[in-house]
Design a protein around this ligand. Sequence first.
Ligand SMILES: Nc1ncnc2c1ncn2[C@@H]1O[C@H](COP(=O)(O)OP(=O)(O)OP(=O)(O)O)[C@@H](O)[C@H]1O
Ligand SMILES: *[C@@H]1O[C@H](CO)[C@@H](O)[C@H](O)[C@H]1NC(C)=O
Ligand SMILES: *[C@@H]1O[C@H](CO)[C@@H](O)[C@H](O)[C@H]1NC(C)=O
Ligand SMILES: [Mg+2]
Length: 488
Amino acid sequence: MSESKVSLLQSWCVCSLSLTTAIALPAPQDESKYAGDESDNDDRGNEDSFDPLHVESNDPLVITLQKELKQSRKKVKEMETKTQTILKSVRDFQTQQKSLFNKYQDLRHDYKELHENMLKMLWQEMFDDGSGAGGRDSVSKRGVDGNTGRLKYDFLALKKQDAELVEEEERVGEYDIGAIIGEGQFATVKSCYSTTKEKVLAVKIIEKKKVTSLDSLKRIDNELDVLEEVAGKHPGILTLMDVLHGETYLYMFTEKLDLDLFDFYDDHPNGVTETLGRLIILGIMEGAHFIHSRNIAHRDLKPENILLRRQKGPDGTEEYDVVLCDFGLCARVEEGTLMTDFCGSPGFFAPEMFVQGEYDGKQADVWSIGCILLELLVGHDTFGECWMTAYDSEYMKRKSGFRSEIQSAVMELKELRLPSNLSDFLQDLLSDVDGKSRPTVNSLLAHDWIMESEHGRDPQIKRRLSSLDSPVLQNRTTSRTEDAFTGR
Ligand SMILES: Nc1ncnc2c1ncn2[C@@H]1O[C@H](COP(=O)(O)OP(=O)(O)OP(=O)(O)O)[C@@H](O)[C@H]1O
Ligand SMILES: *[C@@H]1O[C@H](CO)[C@@H](O)[C@H](O)[C@H]1NC(C)=O
Ligand SMILES: *[C@@H]1O[C@H](CO)[C@@H](O)[C@H](O)[C@H]1NC(C)=O
Ligand SMILES: [Mg+2]
């Protein structure tokens, strides 16, 4: 039974119980009083044969009064009978209610037990003992602090709980835990300090109690699996430094950034300049290009999952490093194979995910990048009006309705009167609503809109493009492996 059903039942019980209390009906001892009255009557024989008020008289007033008295007595008798009936049904009702309440408590108890068993199964029994059988690789190269047990699925990266780990509010292992910097569905992200590395980091803290299905456990494992693989290999992908698994929480320690793109919109309510937009989109595409080249699709690219580090350019200009995070929904893709599981967020998921029910993961990421660029250019509010509305649940009732709504939103983008190379670029990202022939991130990196800055329009971008970190002009051979999660 779901929690909401349980609480509904609970509130119903409480409400009907208080109803009974409010009526304040006579308790059982009141009933015996009625019974006593009856037996008194019986003692004196039949009511009709004995009546202390009975006076023989021909006075019409006395006769009338006697008649009325008789009738009143009859009525009282009737009412008594009715009261008895009502009392009986109230008692029945109370009994029923009590049994319902007992049933509810039993159910609740069962639910709690099931829930606890499930958590135990998920978080303890799913792990093997680390003896090697069934692991993805027999040598557990990424064991955390000698704790080598892995999940029994061979594609999983999550390690067994470290029984020794002391979890305190402000300190876990070698880390001092600080303030909250972000929150998501299962996780809270906090600032932290590594006392051994003498470095400020971020830690994503997942409360194990909230992870109650194999799907959500897989999602966490998936994120770890990918982050471990790419840690330190690209500056545009969040670098995982450490993972701890305690009794209550799971901790992912990563490099710390300054803000996410969603926060960034608050500082730029009417959108950003073409140059700044290009800088940020270029950063996102570089990260996406890197994971795509490793056959990983992110599948949840949206402002909350794009982190920024504030930089000052040499001439004091606003600059940002861009880092992709939240790899919980990412998937390994095979060339030419379509995926079918729907994921992503309204405003950003590719329409074919919903309309066709199957999609190419990398192409879906390209669409999301287009949506992000649009929001960057027009600002949060205008984006809400001209784009998000197409994703309204009203249109999502029918696949064809949704498709045509998206298509007309794309057509209207032409009315934004963007500079021609930018407009072309945006159309390349968003005009194919069926995801049949969207360009790859790789080819978009060489688009005129990106390249025009090579011809002197954006000195910042020119510098950036010619820097080591750009795959556009340079082949990246060196990588920042320092500090990265490479097996400890
Ligand atoms: N390394 C970091 N530095 C700064 N802020 C971060 C960092 N990691 C995450 N955040 C902030 O925390 C938020 C939530 O992080 P993340 O997206 O990884 O978790 P989540 O959305 O809870 O994940 P899930 O979707 O699995 O529930 C981000 O949107 C971002 O604002
Ligand atoms: C568009 O890009 C091309 C190729 O880089 C460039 O030559 C041209 O000047 C750009 N157009 C504008 C309007 O900037
Ligand atoms: C660098 O990139 C170019 C063009 O993308 C490619 O032809 C070349 O082989 C690459 N060189 C290395 C060392 O990867
Ligand atoms: Mg997130």
